[in-house]
Design a protein around this ligand. Structure first.
Ligand SMILES: [Zn+2]
Length: 326
């Protein structure tokens, strides 16, 4: 008999992406090819919280991979109300929730408002020096739930037209960058090449990449296992080309220069994706989004962490996945 089947995990954590809740009737995506279940997404979030609560080994924390409420809330003046409704379930949850920021967060709130909001989970960062970038407007941090395992939350809209004041240096820099690749009048329309240069995506500043590099150098030295989470996928074989982070190549170069990274998790694409980078051994997971999941299914997972691997147990659309450490 396989004794692995009865091995206790060191710990578990929950994952969920793209709830995009809004109290409006069902609709469709931008290209009208996929149905979006705006109202019932809240019930699917509750299903996830109930399942995690009842798990044999309950999660030590939850990763919410961004786009918790939909941009449509803004037009209905319902941003705060929708956010309250979506966060209500998390409030009574007995473990910390790490919130990642996606484009829909910025459709509803400015960056400064988000930093003051309950979607800022930086209070769960490590208390040691260097657990966040020196620039406080970059929403990134490191946390270590169990010695030997570090998690990094990255800000994929650090360089973006979203959430930045139009008069700011950051906005001007992001506009210059996107215009280099995208000549369309509507910047939400992808260009023919480098399709990721659209307004609904963004990237990582040099400051953030330098900070990540320092975090990973320290993790290498301590022989830690690092999982990085952000809203935008980084590996071209883990998702659709239109969903990638603007400077995914630079991020992959930083990740590839360190031994400690085992996994990169993202949302945003709504269709799940997975690819193991052959050069680095890093597992790239794109989680299926709740918003395009039928009310009769589910889209969340629980990850069990062992000394030599992580095992994702998916619910509904989310497929099981094994992440063996190199
Ligand atoms: Zn998104």
């Amino acid at each position: 008999m396989d004794e692995c089947r009865f091995q206790e995990p060191l710990f578990t954590f929950g994952v969920i992406a793209d709830v995009q809740y809004a109290d409006i009737d069902d609709g469709y995506n931008y290209t009208r090819t996929r149905k979006r279940y705006y109202r019932s997404s809240l019930q699917l979030l509750k299903n996830a919280l109930d399942a995690w609560r009842g798990a044999r080994v309950p999660p030590l924390f939850v990763l919410q991979l961004g786009d918790l409420i939909d941009g449509f809330n803004k037009a209905h003046g319902a941003s705060e109300r929708a956010l309250d409704a979506a966060l209500r379930g998390f409030d009574s949850f007995p473990a910390p929730v790490h919130h990642v920021w996606g484009n829909h967060e910025f459709y509803n709130f400015s960056r400064s408002a988000l930093l003051r909001s309950r979607l800022n989970s930086r209070q769960h960062a490590d208390s040691s020096p260097g657990s966040a970038p020196a620039r406080p407007d970059i929403y990134a941090y490191r946390f270590t739930p169990v010695p030997g395992f570090t998690f990094v939350v990255l800000d994929a809209y650090d360089v973006s037209l979203l959430g930045r004041e139009e008069s700011s240096e950051e906005y001007r820099g992001a506009m210059e960058l996107i215009r280099r690749y995208n000549q369309n009048q509507d910047l939400n329309c992808p260009p023919d090449v480098k399709q990721r240069f659209t307004m609904f995506n963004g990237g990582f500043s040099q400051e953030q990449l330098d900070w990540l590099d320092a975090v990973l150098t320290s993790a290498d030295e301590k022989q830690e296992r690092v999982t990085i989470v952000s809203h935008l996928p980084a590996h071209p074989d883990s998702t659709d080309a239109v969903c990638l982070a603007w400077n995914c190549e630079e991020l992959l170069a930083v990740i590839g220069s360190h031994k400690s990274v085992v996994c990169y998790m993202a949302g945003h694409a709504h269709d799940g994706g997975y690819h193991r980078d052959e050069d680095t051994g890093v597992h790239h997971l794109t989680l299926d989004g709740v918003i395009e999941t039928s009310p009769y299914s589910d889209a969340f997972g629980i990850v069990s962490v062992y000394a030599d691997r992580m095992e994702l147990k998916g619910s509904g659309r989310v497929m099981d996945q094994l992440f063996l450490f190199s």
